[in-house]
Design a protein around this ligand. Structure first.
Ligand code: SD4
Length: 323
């Protein structure tokens, strides 16, 4: 392989322009860490499911979809799928998106009564001429594709909502049970990268509110030449900075996944008048070499990574050291 085709096939063409290439990154070009899956928060069951697929030569798209489905079906998680906390009126509404290594993507927003939003998003990507379906249309499409209709408001979430209604004080919950929106990135044996993101959005949001998670470029972005990124936390702030796209573009410029996430968090924190102390945003990134990184505003964010070294949960570095 000549130098030109090596650069093309490894997707590191742009690294040359950065004097900021970090040492770890350039050293690790020798060895690609694959397959690998990484996700937001402590979700070892989800990464285990994804790994089952990746370690048996499955593809990264199936891995992220199946991994996310584990959390969507988990009634105890109050921020994803069934069991998600509702909006102010008591509606559980789901947002999700998925993106593959070909640059295709699909998304659903304000989806009610169907727990596997990520699979509906995948079908939007694969079987419709569109990228995004919302509300009644998304549900109608899901039903037409054979998904089950079910009540997503569990007794526990209903009880919490009724309790919340006593005060009706709205503020973003930081690190909800250390388990929030699930964003997942995977690279398979063929070195193809896909990503997925699924959530019930912010607890007690206004009816109709949609966050960053189903918005390609904000909640998730994949560029198979470079890597991928996903976001969790206060979606409004992620959307304003097109966060996941920003992280991937920073990696294209040569930044390591950690540094790319950190710079994207800085972009939010250092905005004039930012009240960052009152909310959380966290990013996770994966590059084409199989290196991962993360960064958040507040303490308490973590990522779960499954590669040939096992399934581990790692605390993320964060900005607000004073808390
Ligand atoms: C949203 N980013 O809807 C998602 C939800 C989340 O903390 O991660 N909440 O804004």
């Amino acid at each position: 392989m000549n130098r030109r085709s090596f650069i093309k096939s490894t997707g590191v063409a742009s690294l040359g322009i950065g004097l900021n290439i970090n040492k770890t990154f350039s050293n690790s070009i020798k060895q690609i860490n694959k397959p690998i899956v990484v996700a937001t928060w402590d979700v070892k069951n989800a990464t285990k499911k994804a790994w089952e697929i990746l370690s048996t030569n499955g593809n990264s798209l199936d891995a992220v979809e199946q991994g996310c489905r584990v959390e969507e079906a988990n009634e105890n998680g109050q921020s994803v799928g069934i069991g998600g906390l509702p909006d102010r009126e008591g509606n559980v509404t789901l947002d999700a998106c998925i993106m593959d290594y070909m640059g295709n993507c699909g998304s659903v927003v304000y989806l009610k009564d169907i727990k596997h939003a990520i699979s509906v998003a995948r079908l939007v990507m694969e079987k419709t001429p569109h990228v995004m379906l919302a509300g009644d249309g998304a549900k109608k499409y899901a039903l037409s594709m054979g998904f089950n209709e079910e009540n997503l408001l569990t007794e526990k979430s209903k009880k919490d909502w009724i309790e919340w209604k006593k005060e009706e004080e709205y503020k973003p919950i930081i690190n909800i049970e250390n388990h929030d929106t699930i964003g997942m990135l995977a690279m398979d044996e063929k070195q193809n990268i896909s990503g997925a993101c699924t959530t019930s959005g912010l607890a007690y949001k206004m009816q109709g509110r949609v966050g960053d998670s189903p918005i390609i470029g904000s909640g998730l972005f994949i560029d198979n030449e470079i890597g991928g990124a996903v976001a969790t936390g206060l979606g409004e702030e992620v959307i304003k900075t097109v966060g996941s796209f920003l992280v991937v573009e920073l990696m294209r410029q040569g930044y390591s996944p950690d540094d790319a996430c950190k710079i994207a968090i800085d972009r939010i924190v250092k905005k004039p008048g930012s009240n960052y102390k009152n909310f959380q945003v966290g990013y996770v990134a994966l590059n084409k070499m199989g290196q991962t990184g993360s960064y958040s505003i507040q303490k308490g964010f973590s990522i779960t990574r499954f590669d040939n070294n096992g399934n581990i949960n790692l605390d993320s570095q964060y900005y607000d050291k004073q808390g």
